[in-house]
Design a protein. Structure first.
Length: 83
């Protein structure tokens, strides 16, 4: 990996799915990211209405860890390069 690639921020994106309840998704966002309930609910509603929400942006390694944690809760999450 080049240094340029390492400097680019990465985004943790959660996508809508037909399986998980909104209350469950809100709880996962609180647990994984430490978000207060209101912020977790805003992201959950964004996923519900828009099909996706960017939950976190930053360096690649922590972003990969967040995606893995979300997968552990059976949420559809991806890692995307911003820009």
């Amino acid at each position: 990996r080049s240094e340029e690639e390492l400097d680019l921020p990465w985004q943790v994106v959660v996508h809508n799915d037909p399986v998980n309840l909104m209350s469950y998704v809100t709880m996962v966002f609180q647990r994984v990211f430490g978000y207060p309930r209101e912020k977790a609910e805003r992201h959950m509603l964004e996923v519900h209405h828009n099909g996706r929400s960017i939950l976190w942006s930053g360096m690649r390694e922590p972003a990969e860890l967040y995606v893995q944690q979300l997968h552990g809760y059976l949420l559809l999450a991806t890692l995307e390069k911003r820009g």
